[in-house]
Write a protein that binds this ligand. Structure first.
Ligand SMILES: Nc1ncnc2c1ncn2[C@@H]1O[C@H](COP(=O)(O)OP(=O)(O)OP(=O)(O)O)[C@@H](O)[C@H]1O
Ligand SMILES: [Mg+2]
Length: 218
């Protein structure tokens, strides 16, 4: 589905390499886990894959083709990055969940309140969760809202950057189950990369284990 060839990222200010040439492929059905110390470049790598940050070298291919500049929004619809500390807009959780539908790339789909309430329930949140102010969310609640915001639009690949780092163990298991359900809904056509510091979780959510060490993916 997705292939990165010699993806490289430097920090021009400190003149150091954040991501050494990383080559990586992910096929339908793959469940990849990336572990590694804090500051080793896991988020840098995921953000590069999502085309959120400019890279200094290397290319990304989506289904065998390079991604043209104009195709980046639709690529990001297919390959969804869920940030470690998700950004929320002012307003309610529901406003945040509705936001993607205001973008051109989602004009063919409609916000489905019943569906997001169901996703919230499965993440252990009542319907009232949608009425909370986004600025009042705890770190874990913001992670749940960000995951629902992405799951409601059925991406093909999830790039999950420590999505349960701020959650209690029971909520973390609910998030794992939500991702499992998304996987099952894709009939083998979906794939995920999950960054985790928790070895037990890494065992549960991944079949392919990679380690990032000082910007080197292996
Ligand atoms: N835009 C940037 N410009 C310069 N340096 C950056 C940038 N983004 C990240 N870094 C640096 O790159 C290194 C890797 O950061 P990254 O966020 O990828 O770590 P990580 O492996 O995700 O760590 P953690 O497990 O704590 O989330 C860090 O030293 C960080 O300070
Ligand atoms: Mg990180």
């Amino acid at each position: 589905m997705l292939r990165a060839i010699a993806l490289t990222r430097r920090d021009p200010v400190r003149d150091i390499t954040l991501l050494h040439p990383a080559s990586f492929g992910i096929a339908a059905g793959d469940r990849v886990v990336i572990t590694g110390p804090s500051g080793s470049g896991k988020s840098v790598f995921l953000r590069a894959l999502a085309l959120l940050d400019p890279v200094d070298d290397g290319t990304i291919q989506w289904r065998g083709q390079p991604i043209a500049r104009g195709a980046i929004p639709s690529y990001r619809r297919r390959v969804a990055y869920i940030a470690q500390r998700p950004a929320m807009l002012d307003g309610s959780v529901e406003d945040n969940l509705r936001y993607p539908f205001s973008l051109k790339v989602y004009r063919d789909v409609r916000f489905d309140r019943a569906r997001v309430v169901e996703l919230a329930n499965r993440a252990g949140r009542e319907a009232g969760f949608l009425d909370k102010r986004a600025s009042d969310l705890s770190g874990g609640e913001a992670q749940i809202a960000a995951l629902i915001r992405v799951l409601q639009v059925d991406p093909d690949i999830l790039l999950l950057d420590e999505p349960t780092a701020s959650l209690d163990p029971a909520s973390a298991l609910e998030i794992e189950a939500l991702v499992d359900a998304w996987f099952a809904g894709g009939r083998g056509e979906r794939a995920s990369i999950w960054v985790s510091h928790d070895p037990a979780q890494a065992q549960r959510v991944g079949e392919r284990q990679l380690v990032m060490t000082a910007g080197v993916l292996a």
